[in-house]
Design a protein around this ligand. Structure first.
Ligand code: ZN
Ligand code: ZN
Length: 328
């Protein structure tokens, strides 16, 4: 179910990875049924998987809620946890229990709705067998969450809301590891929020209209980098923090997807102007309509490499940048 496209030229491994190609259109049904084999986090390079690329709260079947997985140095970092994030993780071959670090761009519901599932189901694991077959142990380490002011209160409230289930599974019945259901939360400010074994995560302020603070994130690893915009209007601060970035994952909304887009979001033409200024090796849309319309509008102001929003799109960032489409 994977099709790979090399952005910067021919890829020697193309033949191996080109497991499936030529199917013209991705459908919601294809996404619902597709599950990748379990995968290991690669120690070299930087890998980005767009788990959910949908815009805003409404339920969509082909684009789930905002969530992006970044893998670097054997670490898995989850950015936002919108509706369906745990399902997309499993489809991508990543057990939910392998996620113990979450970074929130802001606290709009469409970016955090799946957190209870990640917290609780990740802790339980899949002892009776996963959709890939084998059993998966639950998370045995705390879930650590970074986000704007209010993150600690929200995570604490979730622990209270699910106190019965936590008590039963931890203290009474299954006797699951107490560490695995412990939450460590950080209300952050702009700056480096994680710097460990060469993986650096920097939070920076963006402009989401009246909703403040809202953050974007930059991840640096071994000379390569990705910036995730979060929800934002055109942000000069983002342009500063995105200088020299390999891959810029940016939101976009137009009047057809969000009537009040201009108050809180970036239009396709504005995004194109921003890409032209930043000059990433690849610009990628997420939290964006998956339509040709948006791409055409962006092309009025940007002629560089551009990838539209697709759930389960995987981007390998190294000397080359390879883009793999999950189900096309
Ligand atoms: Zn949003
Ligand atoms: Zn928002």
């Amino acid at each position: 179910m994977i099709k790979i496209v090399s952005v910067t030229g021919a890829c020697a491994c193309l033949a191996i990875l080109l497991a499936h190609a030529g199917t013209p259109a991705r459908t919601p049904a294809a996404l619902e049924q597709a599950v990748a084999s379990p995968r290991e986090a690669k120690p070299e390079g930087l890998r980005v998987t767009l788990l959910g690329t949908g815009v805003g709260p409404p339920v969509r079947l082909d684009q789930f809620g905002a969530s992006t997985l970044v893998e670097a140095g054997g670490k898995r970092l989850l950015f936002d946890c919108g509706r369906g994030a745990t399902i997309r993780l499993v489809q991508a071959g990543v057990p939910t229990s392998s996620i113990s670090r979450v970074f929130l761009t802001h606290l709009h519901s469409d970016h955090v709705l799946q957190l209870p599932d990640l917290l609780l189901t990740g802790w339980v694991g899949a002892p009776g067998g996963s959709v890939q077959g084998g059993s998966v142990p639950g998370r045995a380490v705390p879930l650590e969450v970074w986000g704007p002011d209010g993150t600690r209160d929200m995570m604490s409230a979730l622990e209270t809301a699910f106190a019965f289930d936590i008590h039963m599974r931890r203290d009474v019945d299954e006797k699951l590891a107490a560490d695995g259901i412990t939450v460590i939360s950080h209300d952050i400010k702009e700056g480096v929020v994680l710097n460990e074994r060469g993986v650096k995560v920097t939070a920076f302020i963006v402009d989401h209209g009246l909703l403040a603070p809202a953050f974007g994130y930059r991840v640096d690893y071994r000379g390569h980098s990705v910036v995730l915009s979060g929800d934002t209007r055109v942000s000069e601060n983002l342009i500063t923090f995105a200088q020299g970035v390999d891959v810029l994952v940016h939101e976009v909304a137009d009047a057809e997807t969000n009537r009040e887009a201009a108050r809180r979001h970036t239009t396709p033409e504005q995004a194109g102007e921003l890409f032209t200024r930043v000059k990433p090796r690849l610009a990628v849309y997420s939290h964006a309509p998956d339509t040709e319309r948006v791409i055409v509008q962006t092309r009025k102001t940007y002629s560089g490499p551009l990838q539209g929003a697709e759930d389960l799109l995987m981007i390998e960032i190294g000397e080359k940048i390879d883009v793999r489409h999950f189900a096309r």
